[in-house]
Design a protein around this ligand. Structure first.
Ligand code: TRP
Length: 475
């Protein structure tokens, strides 16, 4: 353990990297479509409450574990408990989850790169509007749908993983931090430009009302669980990503302010994504409840009719790709840091090994669309991409289902219980209070971690495995 541990170049660098991890497909692809499906309005409010009451406490807990132990997840649990303690299982689970999530996350990221390409070449504008949907699922011979083209999927998956490996191999400061400093401001600027453009469309008012108005029509108990589940997926919690990033911090950094900043940035981007998407969707008469196809089907249809639509489409999918990339980096970093810290591997070796393993593990996800959905209509294809539990899941669905409904809630539960009940009270209190002006929130944080968060995580988990059943879930 004499090797010097990597560190962030600055606190700002850490915030950008952590925000980069948090802001991803979950914000720009998933949040708008689940908001659409749940009727906007109250769903958004409930989501905000979940972020503050469940997400934020776990985020603080994870950064606390990493910063205190200065070790990646498995080692961190060992350092803060005892060697061989069952708590190490939470760390192990995190490493496995990183492999699982990244293997299919990269495939969806590949779709967004494919759409950058389609918009750059003007394909989205050339095909008749009623065939844009076919570009995603079943197209014609000249333009086969993405979902029918295993080779296309494989190609983009490979390219995306190569980019991710290329960044992570550079290390904490020269890879992760440096690229976050480039990609995150770029992402923010692109988002602002898209927002200004969206504000000029006729559907902006309707979108504002949809997202922030008091709508409860589509709300069910399952919506609450969906908001809860999403609140920790979107903040990259439950598998040690923030433990790993936190482990490159120094002890003086103010934990609470940092966690709040990252959560606020993540929430801001998610809300901005809604205010970019829905105005365009409404302006061109599309359905907000289009499901996962919202970004890959409805939005391109809207863009295709818009003045300079291909320009905006290109910019939008570049944004989506950047967001996915900074998240993918953090997923790979969790796996890589395990091999560096626990097995003593060099970063180069660890990155290549994990990267290639994940690349291979992602192949069935890249292929599963093509084999299972051949000739299916858009409706069925996007329903399948709904990534919900249920019969007839393909490989891709199964992994996402397992990760978001089993592994992440269990990981989140483990992390909350560990910090609330196992870690020494002194260390915990000192860690929380160091340098922060939010010191008086300490007991609130502990209380949330002790009771509310474990109950929330358990309910998400029990609902996912069918022990609790809110029938009218629509999913
Ligand atoms: N938060 C990212 C998103 O919203 C996804 C992600 C990156 C993630 N790292 C994670 C999710 C770790 C869970 C755990 O798209």
């Amino acid at each position: 353990m004499s090797k010097e541990r990597a560190q962030w170049g600055s606190k700002f660098g850490f915030i950008l990297a952590a925000a980069g991890s948090a802001v991803g497909l979950g914000n720009i692809w998933k949040f708008p479509y689940i908001t659409g499906e749940n009727g906007g309005g109250w769903f958004v409010l409930i989501y905000l409450i979940c972020i503050a009451a469940v997400g934020l406490p776990i985020m603080i807990a994870e950064i606390f574990i990493g910063r205190t132990a200065r070790n990646s997840p498995v080692g961190a649990f060992r350092t803060l408990s005892t060697p061989g303690s069952p708590w190490l299982g939470v760390g192990w689970l995190g490493v496995v989850t990183a492999f699982v999530i990244l293997s299919y996350y990269s495939v969806v990221a590949g779709w967004s790169m494919h759409y950058v390409w389609l918009s750059l070449r003007g394909v989205l504008a050339q095909v008749p509007v009623d065939q844009v949907a076919g570009l995603f699922s079943s197209g014609d011979a000249a333009h086969p749908g993405l979902y029918e083209s295993p080779w296309t999927n494989l190609f983009w998956h490979l390219l995306f993983m190569a980019m991710t490996i290329g960044i992570v191999i550079g290390g904490v400061q020269h890879g992760v931090e440096r690229w976050s400093r480039i990609l995150m401001p770029a992402l923010f600027l692109i988002m602002l430009a898209l927002l200004v453009q969206a504000a000029l469309t006729p559907g902006f008012g309707q979108a504002l009302d949809f997202v922030f108005g008091p709508h409860t029509e589509k709300l069910t108990p399952a919506s609450v669980l969906e908001a809860l589940g999403h609140s920790f997926f979107t903040l990259s919690l439950g598998m040690g990503a923030m433990i790993t990033y936190g482990s490159y911090l120094t002890q003086e950094d103010d934990l609470v302010t940092t966690a709040i900043t990252v959560s606020v940035l993540d929430t801001l981007i998610a809300l901005m994504a809604c205010m970019v998407l829905f105005p365009v969707i409404f302006s061109y008469g599309m359905e907000p409840a289009a499901g996962p196809g919202l970004v890959f089907v409805s939005l391109p249809i809207a863009f295709a009719q818009m003045p300079a639509g291909m320009l905006w489409a290109t910019v939008f999918f570049v944004l989506l790709t950047f967001a996915a990339l900074t998240s993918a980096i953090s997923l790979l970093e969790v796996a890589v840091s395990y091999f560096i810290d626990e097995r003593g591997w060099a970063r180069r070796r660890a990155t290549w090994t994990c990267g290639i393993a994940i690349l291979l593990a992602g192949i069935p996800s890249a292929l599963s669309g093509g084999t299972r959905l051949f000739g299916a209509d858009v409706q069925a294809a996007t329903a399948r991409l709904g990534l919900r539990g249920g019969a007839g899941l393909n490989w891709f669905d199964t992994l996402d289902y397992l990760a978001s409904n089993w592994m992440l809630p269990l990981g989140g539960l483990g992390i909350a219980l560990f910090v609330a009940w196992r870690v020494g009270g002194r260390a915990r209190e000192e860690g929380f209070r160091a340098g922060t002006r939010y010191a008086r929130l300490y007991w609130g944080w502990v209380w949330l971690l002790r009771y509310l968060v474990p109950i929330g995580m358990s309910v998400v988990f029990l609902h996912a495995i069918g022990v609790i059943n809110f029938a009218a879930s629509g999913g």
